[in-house]
Write a protein that binds this ligand. Structure first.
Ligand SMILES: *Cc1c(COP(=O)(O)O)cnc(C)c1O
Length: 380
């Protein structure tokens, strides 16, 4: 008998406590930002991740946009980042009219190649935005040395890196600023949501103002001023209490969710190891300094044709797999900004060879077995 399963690429995980927390927020008539649940999230981050100051926001993109405002990026400034990332990393810089210097990736981790950063630094360089791809850490030691040597700011795009570590530090807590996402496709979710982590204390006061539409309303609420008014630029970056309540239910199950993802990640590794040994494909590489959160499981095929064919063959067997990213420098917008294809050979090659497989807490081990046995059948 032919087994055929239907396996979607992603299924959001629900803990079961979300409704209770949301109901509680509604009962207390706390609907807008900065209520009990938003405060609980920040306290949780302090206790669990050792993050001194954080603010719950509408999205990870909002956290990046706020970061670019906080760094005072302006026309003529340059920011270093990988091209192999989600558009939000780049949009935050472009929205401030600053320039991006895209740096190639390391083919073993898909993270920015830290050996290629220094040659891209000049007198206009203001910041580095490292992206922790799939929750596997960048080499932060090298990045922090460059920060010191050239007096740069570091904004970690840890949208995919919640509850993952570089050595003994949580991702997002290492640079001047860290950015988390709680989008429905991430590890801990609330539909749309994010968090900005302010690790550099000099940026804390202004962060409060920028996220409150450029007003000193937060000081007013604390009773430090007797009225609030427009004092800086800003926008409505605060996330709603309804979503904060949803997220808190997820954070309560932080370790359980990570453990469920880890089991799947390790099962893929175990089943597919033989293909890597035979040189058929490559599996994710985790450097010694990284403790991942198992956000993404990917395989690297020989070339684009093989990758695309495998994706279709898997789809015909009920398995949804996806790839990303179209490198930002060679995208439609990238070309409009003047970047040329062929500038970043590793990024271009590897973005064509990567295939992402389903990974989410409710994915069953026998479903993983079905996926890996079909991959073996198709690639032998
Ligand atoms: C998801 C993601 C973002 C954006 O997060 P949103 O919450 O969807 O706005 C930014 N950067 C990276 C690398 C991401 O994966």
């Amino acid at each position: 008998m032919i087994r055929k399963m239907k396996i979607p690429f992603n299924v959001p995980y629900i803990t079961g406590k979300e409704m209770n927390y949301i109901e509680d927020a509604i009962t207390k008539l706390q609907l807008c930002g900065d209520g009990d649940y938003s405060k609980r999230i920040s306290k949780f981050m302090k206790n669990q991740f050792n993050i001194e100051k954080s603010f719950f926001l509408t999205s990870g993109s909002a956290a990046l946009d706020m970061s670019a405002i906080l760094l005072n990026l302006k026309k003529g400034d340059e920011v270093i980042m990988p091209s192999f990332t989600f558009v939000s990393t780049a949009n935050s810089v472009v929205l401030r009219n600053a320039n991006i210097k895209f740096v190639d990736i390391d083919p073993t981790t898909f993270n920015i190649d830290t050996e290629k950063i220094e040659e891209n630094i000049n007198e206009n360089t203001k910041a580095i935005f490292p992206v922790h791809y799939g929750g596997i850490s960048c080499n932060m030691d090298t990045i922090l040395k460059l920060k010191k040597k050239y007096n740069l700011k570091i904004v970690e795009d840890a949208a995919q890196g919640v509850n993952a570590k570089y050595l003994d530090k949580y991702l997002g807590s290492i640079g001047d600023i860290g950015c988390y996402s709680f989008h429905a496709t991430k590890n801990y979710i609330c539909g749309e949501g994010g968090l900005i982590l302010i690790n550099n204390p000099d940026l804390g006061e202004r962060a409060e103002i920028i996220r409150e539409k450029g007003t000193d309303r937060t000081k007013f609420i604390r009773g430090e001023v007797d009225k609030y008014s427009w004092v800086d630029i800003g926008s409505s970056f605060l996330g709603s209490e309804i979503l904060a309540a949803f997220l808190m239910a997820q954070l309560d199950e932080l370790s359980k969710i990570q453990y469920m993802r880890k089991k799947i990640f390790l099962k893929y590794n175990e089943d597919l190891k033989i293909l890597q040994e035979r040189g058929v494909l490559k599996l994710p590489f985790v450097p010694n300094y990284s403790t991942p959160n198992y956000h993404i499981y990917y395989i690297v095929l020989k070339n684009e044709q093989q990758r695309n064919k495998l994706m279709i063959d898997l789809r015909n067997r009920g398995i949804q797999s996806v790839f990303h990213y179209i490198p930002l420098h060679s995208s439609k917008m990238g070309k409009k900004l003047g970047y040329k294809a062929n500038e970043l050979p590793i990024t271009e090659e590897y973005s064509k060879r990567i295939l992402r497989l389903p990974i989410y807490p409710d994915l069953k081990i026998d479903e993983v077995e079905y996926i890996t046995s079909e991959i073996k059948r198709l690639l032998y």
